[in-house]
Design a binder for this molecule. Structure first.
Ligand code: IMP
Length: 429
């Protein structure tokens, strides 16, 4: 029995969806444990492209898919997503999709507040996805959120909405926004509860039963370590903990059940939204990475910021997640570069640093110290066998292993799931 957590070790969009999809063949249950529909996981299965936001990637393969208590759920967005996925021929029924009744709901007022506070922040904005993720988590922590299962208890719902609006209307008043009427929120909840409640279950209990039956759980992280609310580039982060430890908290599975953590990185680095990014490029190399790597956001369509691989950040991510092996994605995007750089340390105020400091100015001002490796100038697109990679590509991979002190178990060379070099199968080792 192997229960595995997959997390992003950079700023998201590493290609976790492909790795989860690849591994879901051997897993029985796929579990989301944080985030919401800010995530964008692209899967290509039998030539069909699936863009998932809230649904666990296992859904496409008919695996039991669980949305844990740590997730924030926008039921309207979910209804729309299920509609899209069903139109591609995938069945999404309460038999395969289970949503924790303890998960927090994202309401239209959260989406509006997310967009309002971003607009008010002007230059200091975080560059959120505008999906209401932050405001929903704020309400959760402040103990005034409406949770999925609350929709089933009509006698307490009205009081919960009163409590929620007491806060939100005071805030809106301060911002010169019109008040939200209770009857409107009640009508929204009434309208959506028939859709969401059939999926609502005590997910921790379902997962416990699965474990007792010896089923393999695959935990699908969203966003990534550098967007983690504690360990990321705060305040330019998301509002949840994205690291592997959250898999237990956000699903109700005891931490001793988790056997392994796999980190996913790109062969370079990207970021969407604002915030520091030491190895960011602003030249033709950035344009080339963006074009070859199709680096535009799945959720928002925004062009992603692109730069070289940052071994300092990834080393940090390996530590805080307890990563055992890495998957390196999109190696083929670097195929035509003469030289490839890797950040191996930082310089800050005349000092060398071997970690990323937490202060905002320091994070923005550290200068990367680069090591330059020769490119391979040969296509690696679709290569599935490590020995068939060009020598310099192997040297690149092996240099990363030395710098990061972990083994690179998988290397992806195209969006297709079969186009993956598997050096260490997480289910076999
Ligand atoms: P939020 O999660 O919408 O609040 O956005 C906070 C930050 O996280 C912004 O910089 C977003 O661009 C980033 N972010 C959120 N979800 C993702 C994701 O799935 N991939 C990459 N970046 C993300």
């Amino acid at each position: 029995m192997t229960n595995i957590v997959i997390i992003g070790a950079q700023w998201g969009d590493e290609g976790k969806g492909k790795i989860v999809d690849l591994m879901s063949e051997k897993a029985d249950v796929v579990v989301r444990f944080q985030g919401g529909n800010n995530a964008g996981h692209t899967l290509v299965v039998n030539g069909i492209t699936y863009k998932l936001s809230l649904l666990p990637s296992g859904i496409v393969r008919g695996k039991l898919s669980v949305v844990g208590n740590g997730v924030v759920v926008d039921p309207w967005a979910l209804r729309e997503e299920i509609g899209r996925i069903c139109a591609l021929g995938t069945e999404v029924t309460p038999d395969v999709l289970k949503i924790s009744d303890q998960a927090t709901l994202i309401l239209p007022l959260h989406r509006e507040l997310d967009q309002m506070s971003e607009a008010a922040a002007g230059k200091g904005k975080i560059g959120t996805t505008g999906r209401g993720i932050g405001p929903a988590y704020q309400d959760k922590v402040a103990r005034r959120a409406i949770r999925v299962g609350d929709l089933a208890e009509k006698e307490t719902l009205s009081g919960k909405v009163d409590n929620l609006l007491l806060f939100h209307n005071a805030l809106r008043k301060g911002w010169g926004q019109p008040e939200i009427k209770k009857e409107d929120v009640m009508a929204q909840l009434e309208e959506i509860s028939g859709f969401i409640l059939p999926f609502a279950v005590p997910a921790w209990k379902i997962l416990s039963q699965q474990l007792k039956q010896g089923k393999k759980l695959l935990f699908e992280g969203a966003q990534a370590t550098m967007l983690d609310n504690d360990f990321g580039t705060y305040p330019f982060v998301t509002s949840s903990n994205t690291i592997a430890g959250q898999a237990a908290v956000g699903s109700g599975v005891g931490m001793k059940e988790i056997d392994k953590v796999i980190g996913v990185v790109k062969a370079y680095t990207t970021r969407v939204g604002s915030g520091p990014f030491p190895t960011e490029l602003f030249d033709a190399d950035a344009d080339r990475i963006r074009e070859v790597g199709h680096e535009f956001g799945t959720v928002t369509g925004r062009p992603r910021r692109c730069g070289w691989f940052d071994a300092v950040l990834v080393r940090q991510a390996i530590v805080v997640n307890g990563v055992e092996n890495l998957a390196v994605m999109k190696l083929d995007v670097l195929d035509q570069f003469d030289e490839i750089k890797v950040c191996v340390g930082y310089e800050y105020k005349g000092r060398k640093l071997d970690y990323y400091p937490m202060q905002m100015n320091a994070q923005a001002e550290v200068k990367p110290i680069y090591e330059t490796l020769p490119g391979w100038k040969t296509s690696t697109y679709g290569v599935r066998d490590y020995e068939k990679l060009p020598e310099n590509a192997k040297k690149y991979i092996e240099r990363l292993e030395t710098l990061l002190e972990v083994k690179i178990g998988m290397i992806s060379t195209s969006p297709e799931r079969e186009d993956t070099v598997i050096r260490i199968d997480p289910y076999e080792k």
